[in-house]
Design a protein around this ligand. Sequence first.
Ligand SMILES: Nc1ncnc2c1ncn2[C@@H]1O[C@H](COP(=O)(O)OP(=O)(O)OP(=O)(O)O)[C@@H](O)[C@H]1O
Ligand SMILES: [Mg+2]
Length: 341
Amino acid sequence: MTAFESVEQAGKALAVQGYLTDQRLATMVYLLTRLEKPVLLEGPAGVGKTELAKSLAAATGRRLLRLQCYEGQDEASALYEWDYGKQLLYTQILREKIGQLVADAPDLHDAVNRIGEQESVFFSERFLAGRPLLEAVRSEEPVVLLIDEIDRADEALEAVLLEMLGEYQISVPEIGTFTARRRPYVILTSNNTRDLAAALKRRCLHLFLDYPSAERELDIVRSKDTGLPEALASQLVEIVRGLRELELRKSPSISETIDWARTLAVLGVDELTAPVLSDTVSVVVKYDKDVRRALEALPRLVDPNAEIPEPDHGHGHGHGHSHEPPKVSADRGSRSFGRAR
Ligand SMILES: Nc1ncnc2c1ncn2[C@@H]1O[C@H](COP(=O)(O)OP(=O)(O)OP(=O)(O)O)[C@@H](O)[C@H]1O
Ligand SMILES: [Mg+2]
C-alpha cells in the first residue's frame, strides 16, 4: 500500500489498526501521504501523537524508524556515525597489506601520503553506521520516520533536520549525498515545551492534536476492550473531561482514561461513586497537588447536585470517604481541602 486514496480510506485504515481519528486528523494523514510532506504534531502528553506514527506504519505496511529526541543530543546519533570499531578491526586484519603499502616509503611524510590516498576505503559506505535519519533516506523500502519529542532536543538538531525535511536527502561529506528512493512519511511530535524554529515549521504540515471530543474518547475507550460497561465508560469519560477543566499540573490524557476504565473494570465496579473514584484517582493524576484538587472535585463531577462531604482530616492522603454516607457538617468548613472557587 502506498498513499491513501481518500480521507475516509485513511481514517478507516488507521481504525483497523486501533487508532481512531476525527475528520481533521484523517485529512492530515491523507495529505501527508499524498503530498509527502512531513507532519508536525503538537499537543499535550498522551493524546496519541506517537501512536499515530506507529499506526500509520502498520496501516501502510511500512517499517517504522524512530528518532527519540533528548536534551544534549548530538547530530551523530540522529544522522550517522563512522563505525570506528569496524574500521579498527579492518586495519588490524589488514595490517600486513597496509605495511606493504608503506614499506618502501622513503620518509614519514611519504608514508602518510600513501595512507591518505587510501582514505576513501575507510570512509566508505561500508563503515557508515546509519542512524534513523540516514536509514530513512537509505532504506530500500519506503518507511515511516517518527521524530519524537523534537522540542526536547536542542535547536542545533532542528537545523540538522532541515535538509532532510525539505529535500529528503542527507549529505555525508566523505561520500556524497544520499537521496531517498521513496520518500518516507515523516511525523514529528512536540509537547510544546519550547517554540520550534520557523524554518522547521515552514517545511511541515502542522496539526495541533488536543484532547478528543467526548464521543471520540468514548469510542477509543470502547475500542480498547477495557471491560467497563458502556454506561460507566461514558460517565467516566465525562468525569475525566471534568478533571481536565481543573488547572492541574498534568491533565489526564487518553491513556489515563483507558487505564482508569481498566482499573475500575478489574475492581468489578458497577456504579461510579465519588468514593470508588477517589480510591483509584492516582491512576489518572500523578502529582500530589493534582490529587488533592481532583479529590476535591470528584463528588461534584460524579453528581453536579451532590453536597460536598466534609473531609475527615487534613493530612493530604486519606481522602475521607468514610463508611458513612456523605453528609455536610456546617462548622469546620474550610479546614483541609480549602475549596477554591
Ligand atoms: N486516537 C487514538 N486511538 C486509539 N488509541 C489512542 C488514540 N490516541 C491515544 N490513544 C491511546 O493513548 C495512548 C497514549 O498515546 P501516545 O503515547 O501516542 O501519546 P503521546 O501524544 O505520544 O504522548 P507523549 O507526549 O506523552 O509522548 C496510546 O498508547 C493509545 O493507547
Ligand atoms: Mg509520545
